[in-house]
Design a protein around this ligand. Structure first.
Ligand code: PRP
Length: 212
């Protein structure tokens, strides 16, 4: 690799980035604040010998699997859905939420159940393991609309504060799993840049433990 040992980090744009950059700063890494609200996609972080690749969260595992990023930060939800060939190194204990089955309060089992979700792989596996046959409909956002307008009778989606459910008159029925952001690594980078990656993991682990 001809990058002078710079660690390329796939960072999820948006709300996870704010929490991730805060965690990195607490771990003693000098992350310039000027980029917090920037539209720049490649951010050099020379003080930490890193370069941030600002990615759409769902694409982070792809960048890491292909090795264009050595490591990345991604929610467990995306990691489960994308199922890429990467190492999961650390639970960063940020961006805490949960993956749930949600429906209207008066939901009753139907003969041909339909479930709308951004996570078709996760949802299909969940219902398959329960032995329930459901039609899974993939949507890309505003999933809560689906039961309100009759596209699906339930949804599988993320719940953080519960505000979206409350404002739309929906209720959680079951929780599939808890979600936090994870540090992931490319398999080759993990060997070639092991010292730098391990040092970062150690720093982050100490900071996460101190926060708990
Ligand atoms: C996510 C998720 C829920 C909402 C949950 O959507 O899909 O809709 O946040 O958060 P809450 O429990 O704090 O209300 P996001 O904002 O990412 O937008 P999306 O509808 O485009 O998926």
């Amino acid at each position: 690799m001809t990058d002078n040992g710079v660690l390329k980090v796939a960072m999820p744009k948006g709300r996870i980035y704010k929490q991730a950059s805060k965690l990195f700063r607490q771990a003693g890494l000098e992350i310039p604040e000027e980029f917090d609200d920037s539209r720049r996609l490649i951010i050099p972080v020379p003080e930490a010998n890193m370069e941030f690749i600002m990615a759409k969260p769902v694409d982070v595992p792809t960048y890491v699997e292909y090795g264009v990023a050595d490591i990345g930060i991604v929610g467990k939800d995306v990691l489960m859905e994308e199922n890429k060939d990467v190492y999961e190194l650390l639970d960063l204990a940020i961006a805490k939420c949960r993956m749930s089955v949600i429906g209207l309060p008066d939901w009753k089992p139907t003969i041909h159940p339909r479930v709308a979700t951004k996570y078709p792989r996760v949802a299909s596996q969940y219902f398959r393991e329960l032995g329930q046959q459901v039609e899974v409909i993939k949507l890309n956002g505003s999933i809560e609309l689906a039961p309100l307008i009759g596209l699906a009778d339930r949804i599988v989606d993320m719940v953080e504060t519960g505000q979206t459910l409350k404002e739309n008159g929906l209720v959680e029925r079951e929780t599939l799993f808890q979600v936090t952001s994870r540090l992931i690594a490319n398999r080759v980078s993990y060997r070639l840049k092991n010292v730098a990656i391990q040092e970062l993991c150690d720093r982050l682990s100490v900071t996460i433990a101190a926060r708990a």
